[in-house]
Design a protein around this ligand. Structure first.
Ligand code: ATP
Ligand code: LTN
Length: 331
């Protein structure tokens, strides 16, 4: 039995990118690996590394909890919880900060990119964020961490920190492995296909949110940027827009790029976009109908309470061990 864990930040409504790169894969893994234990959480402590409006944040947390289930996760072998409700994340996060080097954090692209853009007012929590992410994973002895490609650098750091601790203080943490999907690990913005689709992005047109009104989402697909080659062909360098749409198509149908190219051979983008818009529309309709069942249900709160209880139990056991090995406190 292995533990499989991942988290999503409640920084907005999850996007089609979050769905295809992460959530859909979580569901697939859960269907394939019946003997494993799945831990998914809402990374609200990570959300406040950039400023958030409290009311919106509260709503995003609840929406994300319901969306995890609406996307198809089964309650069976699932521990679903809110990060801030399990205090040990912060405790181990601090311990990880004491292990990680400044140079390692400076190399993390998420921070480096923001710094390169000369954004002002960056918080110190944004800088130390990967230490907290490592704690999220190591606290539960997670073996596999399904994530989109953008998170692999954080995963590598987590592995290094686990090994560093184990070497200094004896075996304590499982060294985790990242799991990235073959297709869909990086869905791009529909308007700027060289940029990742981000839920906190300011340009809503390039981004499909899972709770978008279905017709609006379809419109976004139909007005996605393509090119004037009029040829459905996978070529990221020369046709980034079309290639991104093909990636979405492939994730939703399991057709290979070659199969999609053959299907639309000799046809322009109109028909391809129309079909894709319908596919996206159908998927969103399914998700939203389940979302509506969960969002105001007592069941959702019960699942989160249960998740918090189970996660807290395991996390507190782990922290006792960690403090003891570090030599802090009295025991
Ligand atoms: P933010 O805009 O706040 O940075 P985000 O949209 O990047 O957020 P996260 O909460 O950081 O979302 O990511 C949740 C999961 O979704 C992660 O596993 C991440 O790798 C994956 N993911 C995020 N964006 C994409 C994308 N465009 N394509 C594929 N996977 C993605
Ligand atoms: N950093 C991730 C979210 C995240 C996460 C985690 C993912 C926080 N803690 C632990 C996997 C495991 C992100 O920005 N997508």
């Amino acid at each position: 039995m292995s533990i499989i864990l991942s988290g999503i930040k409640p920084t907005g409504v999850p996007t089609l990118g979050n769905y295809l790169g992460a959530l859909k894969n979580f569901v697939k893994l859960q269907n394939e690996r019946k003997d494993d234990d799945f831990f998914f959480f809402i990374a609200d402590m990570h959300a406040i590394t950039v400023p958030q409006d409290p009311q919106t944040l509260r709503k995003n947390i609840k929406n994300l909890a319901a969306l995890y289930l609406a996307c198809g996760l089964s309650k069976e072998n699932l521990t679903l919880f809110i990060q801030s409700e399990v205090k040990e994340h912060l405790e181990l996060g601090y311990v990880m900060q004491s292990l990680v080097y400044m140079g390692e954090l400076e190399r993390m692209t998420q921070y480096k990119d923001k710094k390169a853009k000369n954004e002002t007012g960056l918080s110190s929590a944004l800088f130390t964020y990967p230490a907290l992410m490592a704690a999220d994973i190591l606290l539960y002895d997670a073996k596999y961490v399904p994530v989109g490609e953008d998170q692999m650098q954080h995963l590598e750091l987590t592995r290094n920190l686990a090994e560093r601790f184990n070497n200094r203080f004896s075996d304590t943490f499982v060294v985790p492995e990242g799991l990235v999907t073959k297709v869909g690990a990086r869905i791009m913005d529909l308007q700027i296909p060289t940029k990742k689709m981000d839920k906190s992005s300011e340009n809503g047109k390039g981004c499909i949110f899972l709770l978008d009104e279905v017709n609006l989402a379809k419109k976004k697909i139909k007005s996605a940027v393509t090119d004037n080659l009029a040829h459905v062909h996978y070529d990221v360098a020369n046709q980034p827009g079309v290639s991104n749409l093909m990636t979405i198509y492939s994730c939703l149908t399991n057709l290979s790029f070659k199969e999609i190219e053959d299907k639309y051979e000799g046809k322009g983008y109109g028909e391809f976009k129309e079909d894709l818009a319908n596919l996206v529309g159908e998927e969103l309709t399914k998700i939203q109908s389940k979302f509506n069942e969960y969002i105001n249900s007592k069941e959702l709160d019960e699942i989160l309470d249960e998740g918090c209880k189970k996660a807290s139990y395991l996390a507190s056991k782990k922290m006792k061990k960690v403090y003891h090995k570090l030599g802090i406190g009295r025991n």
